[in-house]
Ligand binder design. Structure first.
Ligand SMILES: Cc1ncc(COP(=O)(O)O)c(C=O)c1O
Length: 383
């Protein structure tokens, strides 16, 4: 079918009997990414081959350019970070609360990396952390928008809720934030790579992505988008490469008070990451080759098959209008999630449980056989 990608299992190291439906936990690295990392690792066994210009600078710029093309922004607004918590902490360090503008809005059950930095900021600057939940008669997007006012300094939210895949309309939230001069900070870790995201259009103040889920990249790597409004802000670390003239290794002790150009000051220490960075780049190239829009369409269509099977078994699933295309959550009020997950595991079927939901998150390595194995196994366990 047009706009669909056929099963890509042959690009991954997944044995036939394994049914891995847990991208929201950790994605497997593809064979191409593994090869790129191994090549990077080999380089570290022969450091005389590390080229200052290429490995400390050029390779990073190339990687940022591929990332920025996927999200419709300039590479000059992109930094390399090791984790979502690092990115959110960077954003939080650049926010000044005032007596009249001191509220920070977050979601109930939000991932902790996007909660603790805000708890600390409210403590230090006497802010007020307000927690949003959806009500039966409204959507999460409407609830967020209803809570935005002149008193709000920050809205720190994801694109989809990590426990159940409930989707938020970021463009609408952003429009309201702009009206009330509110900083919008996004954690896109559970959507970037699986949903088409146009950061130019959404126009957040900061956006953060950990790579090891839908971006299909290695653990301990990620990206931070910094808007022009904050590009001259304070980094989390004072790195040597973040300072002016760091390209000239012979003059590093001519300490500089000025930073290097654009987003470089926000790059994590040891950003050159000789082993993992080639893997990050290979994963981005793969996303580009498949096209994120096509990944989104394919995962959406495939998930319809699973949702139908789950509904037939009596599971409660989110209404289609509130559900992210790549994410399924299912609830059986009368069943113990833990034992269900463990029994599935015994049958080599891997999913997660989060806050009372079974979280089922397939990707392009899955095929229809995997989906039927899951449904049949669930059927045998609950009846
Ligand atoms: C929404 C979300 N953000 C971030 C992360 C990872 O955060 P960190 O990179 O700080 O470990 C996860 C992991 O499950 C997540 O679900």
């Amino acid at each position: 079918m047009e706009n669909m990608i056929s099963c890509q299992r042959n690009l991954f190291n997944i044995p036939d009997e394994i049914v891995y439906l847990n991208t929201a936990y950790i994605s497997p690295l593809s064979l191409k990414v593994e090869k790129a990392i191994n090549k990077g690792c080999k380089l570290e066994t022969q450091p005389w081959k590390i080229d200052p210009e290429f490995h400390f600078f050029h390779q990073i710029k190339e990687t940022k350019i591929i990332f920025s093309n996927l999200f419709n922004i300039s590479y000059k607004n992109v930094s390399l970070i090791p984790s979502a918590s690092y990115g959110i902490s960077t954003a939080a360090n650049n926010i000044k609360l005032t007596k009249t503008k001191k509220k920070i809005l977050i979601l109930k059950d939000q991932f902790p990396s996007n909660v603790y930095p805000w708890m600390e900021l409210s403590k230090k600057q006497e802010g007020v952390l307000e927690i949003i939940d959806e009500l039966n008669e409204t959507t999460l997007t409407e609830e967020i928008i209803n809570k935005i006012s002149e008193e709000v300094a920050v809205v720190a939210i994801p694109n989809i809720r990590w426990t159940d895949g409930y989707i938020i309309d970021l463009k609408k939230v952003s429009n309201t934030c702009k009206k009330f001069d509110v900083n919008l900070i996004l954690d896109l870790t559970q959507s970037a790579g699986a949903m088409q995201i146009d950061l130019k259009e959404i126009n957040p103040d900061f956006a953060i992505i950990a790579n090891y889920k839908w971006m299909l990249g290695p653990y301990s790597t990620g990206f931070l988008y910094i808007s022009d409004k904050f590009i001259d802000g304070v980094p989390l670390e004072e790195t040597w490469i973040g300072r002016k003239n760091s390209q000239d290794f012979s003059k590093l002790t001519d300490y500089q008070s000025l930073y290097n150009s654009d987003s470089i000051r926000f790059d994590m220490g040891q950003r050159a990451n000789f082993s993992l960075l080639p893997g990050v780049k290979a994963a981005l190239e793969q996303l580009h080759d498949w096209s994120i829009k096509k990944i989104e369409n394919t995962l959406y269509q495939n998930n319809m098959i699973i949702c139908k099977g789950l509904s037939d078994l009596g599971f409660e699933i989110l209404a289609e209008k509130n559900r992210a295309p790549h994410f399924i959550s299912a609830r059986l009020p009368r069943y113990d999630g833990d034992s269900l997950i463990n029994n599935l595991k015994k049958n080599k079927i891997f999913i997660s449980e989060r806050s009372g939901y079974l979280r089922i998150t397939p990707h392009l390595w899955n095929n229809e056989e995997d989906f039927f194995k899951l449904i049949n196994c669930l059927k045998s366990l609950i009846y």
